[in-house]
Design a protein around this ligand. Structure first.
Ligand SMILES: [Zn+2]
Ligand SMILES: [Zn+2]
Length: 268
């Protein structure tokens, strides 16, 4: 379905799985593709992360393409070599990342697209890549993107995207910590859509502090305090089957809060 005005955003969850892709009949409802979210406006197709979900990017016509990396962990980059538009020589791809340690955006991608891990580099693909070391805010036409640091091993970015008076916040690979959560709640204030990392159950979280992920119950606290209008939990643990996730979801589900499914579309 096309969007008739520049005031609207269409958000598609292309990958909601965390850490590593999964497959199997017990993983069909939430999907096994790793982190990728597509935000479409009239002019732009903005991808947050390039996990294996980006392999199934839909038809975007002649929209401009930008990819924003939260951090260069492999589950957030693994789909890029098979991004459908990477083999289209008419496409220009703006690739954005915050410097990770001493590595530029280009160098972060080169770590993956480089022998012996992969036979070719970004330069070898027909699409034209342009690399950007992010300085906030980033403006893409009517879109404005800002960010704050995540709480995650090696660092990461939480993004907020605004367009036409609507907003969304993408907080994946984020560990709820009492000394940082206030900054995220302020950053996500009154957002129309919050995507929040809820990889673990409460029990798992206690055993995996420092791994850089959160839980649905902590996500509900963030959502309420921020006043987020809609919430989807993302980065599902690779060991959690559909049945397990449905049980987790049941405990927190409301009209506005649920677990993200691969392929789910949210119109703002
Ligand atoms: Zn991840
Ligand atoms: Zn990570």
């Amino acid at each position: 379905m096309s969007i008739s005005t520049g005031e609207r955003m269409k958000i598609t969850i292309l990958g909601a799985r965390g850490s590593i892709p999964t497959e199997g009949a017990e993983m069909l409802e939430f999907g096994g593709a790793t982190s990728c979210v597509l935000i479409e406006t009239d002019e732009w197709a903005v991808f947050f992360d390039a996990g294996t979900g980006i392999v199934n990017a839909p038809e975007i016509g002649d929209k401009k393409i930008a990819i924003f990396l939260t951090h260069p962990h492999i589950d957030h980059l693994l789909g890029l070599p098979f991004f459908p538009y990477i083999t289209d020589k008419s496409k220009h791809i703006d690739f954005y990342a915050v410097k990770s340690g001493v590595l530029s955006a280009r160098q972060q991608l080169d770590k993956l697209l480089c022998p012996p891990l992969w036979p070719c580099s970004a330069d070898d693909y027909p699409a034209n890549f342009e690399f950007h070391d992010i300085e906030f805010p980033v403006k893409l036409g009517d879109i404005s993107i800002t960010g704050i640091p995540s709480v995650h091993p090696g660092g990461g970015i939480v993004y907020r995207l605004e367009c036409g008076g609507k907003s969304m916040v993408y907080a994946t690979d984020y560990e709820y910590r009492d000394d940082h959560i206030g900054e995220l709640i302020d950053f996500a204030k009154d957002t129309d859509l919050l995507l929040f990392d809820a990889q673990y159950t409460d029990e798992e979280f206690e055993k995996r502090r420092g791994y850089g992920h959160s839980t649905p119950s902590l996500g509900v606290i963030v959502a309420r305090k921020a006043g987020a209008k809609e919430v989807r939990f993302v980065h599902h643990d690779p060991t959690h089957t559909d049945e397990f996730l449905l049980n987790m979801e049941e405990k927190i589900k409301t009209e506005d809060i649920s677990f993200a499914r691969r392929g789910e579309v949210i119109d703002l």
